[in-house]
Design a protein around this ligand. Structure first.
Ligand SMILES: Cc1cc2nc3c(=O)[nH]c(=O)nc-3n(C[C@H](O)[C@H](O)[C@H](O)COP(=O)(O)OP(=O)(O)OC[C@H]3O[C@@H](n4cnc5c(N)ncnc54)[C@H](O)[C@@H]3O)c2cc1C
Length: 291
């Protein structure tokens, strides 16, 4: 690995000032679990890493705001998130998903900001947070901006972040009667990278779906909304036949890519089967989630 400088600013503003929009040689680092692998593989060769581990404590807080939304500091570790009573109580699907992101050694150091900034289309949190309608707060040299998570991921390792912008917060709206489930389908252990990720957030009115968000991950180059399936399902009484049809529509209409976790054909088949299971699990409060 190419030698590099490692700086440890104590303030977020200082960390931002050390970065540059035009200089890819200086990179921020949170837990280092993704960037160090890329550096070891020679994919990235930065001359300087700016650590975010020592910035102010306010960027590691988990709090529920007065409007009921969840505010997560960008430098909170994934392990802190999976153990949070606030998240377990108000956003149980989120708490369950955090436990499936890699192994505990990674989760102890990886941070939610680094997780979302990494931009690997196989990651679990972008589809989950997109389905929940979450936004990120991004700090740059001229102030902060808010961006829906759905607009953060632009493609393979490509995000809407400039080189001198940092994710400092994630805001998740309250569930307000919505129910959610995430199916992470893996070919090996449950915390392995997904072959397919499917997040379902639904609102029921009696036996009908009043509203739904269905987001697929790990099959396309960014989290993708399954609008065809949603259109078929909303307003209709849920039946196995309708869910099967929605699953097949979703799989048919999607440009899926093959990768080391499965062929495009296999992923299409998984999507057609798991869409109905994800909706049923969401309606049941996530109790039947499996992988
Ligand atoms: C063995 C293994 C298995 C894994 N399995 C899964 C899995 O099943 N599902 C899954 O979703 N993930 C999985 N991961 C990925 C893991 O979740 C990521 O490595 C981790 O979340 C990245 O967080 P980090 O804090 O270590 O990021 P870092 O490695 O520190 O940074 C990642 C990228 O983000 C940039 N960055 C860091 N922090 C910020 C910030 N606050 N603002 C802007 N840019 C920033 C860095 O410059 C770098 O480009 C796995 C990882 C490993 C090593």
């Amino acid at each position: 690995m190419k030698p590099f400088d490692y700086v440890k600013p104590r303030q977020l503003a200082e960390a931002v000032s050390l970065l540059s929009a035009d200089d890819p040689d200086t990179r921020p680092v949170s837990g280092g679990t993704a960037i160090m692998l890329m550096m070891k593989a020679g994919v990235l060769r930065p001359a300087r890493l700016v650590s975010l581990r020592h910035v102010e404590d306010e960027f590691r807080q988990i709090a529920v705001a007065a409007d009921g939304s969840l505010h997560i500091g960008g430098m909170t570790t994934l392990a802190e998130l999976e153990r949070s009573p606030e998240i377990q109580q108000g956003w149980p699907m989120l708490a369950r998903t955090f436990k499936t992101l890699s192994n505990i050694r990674v989760r102890n150091v990886a941070m939610i900001g680094g997780n979302l900034a990494h931009g690997d289309p196989h990651m679990d949190m972008p589809p989950v947070l997109t389905a929940l309608g979450a936004t990120v707060v991004i700090q740059g040299p001229n102030g902060s901006r808010e961006l829906p998570v759905k607009d953060l991921c632009l493609g393979y390792y490509e995000t809407a972040l400039a080189g001198n912008e940092l994710i400092t917060k994630v805001i998740v709206p309250p569930m307000q009667g919505r129910q959610a489930a995430y199916f992470k389908v893996t070919t090996r252990v449950s915390h392995d990278w997904p072959t397919l990720g499917l997040a379902a957030v639904v609102k029921m009115e009696q036996d009908r779906l009043a509203d739904a968000r269905l987001i697929v991950g790990a099959a396309t180059d960014r989290p993708t909304s399954l609008d065809n399936a949603v259109q078929l399902l909303v307003g209709q009484p849920l039946s196995d036949a309708l869910l099967k049809q929605a699953g097949e529509e979703a799989a048919h209409g999607l440009d899926i890519v093959s990768d080391q976790h499965g062929s495009a054909q296999y992923k299409k088949h998984l999507l057609s089967v798991y869409l109905g299971r994800a909706v049923r699990a969401a309606v049941g409060g996530g109790q039947q989630e499996a992988s």
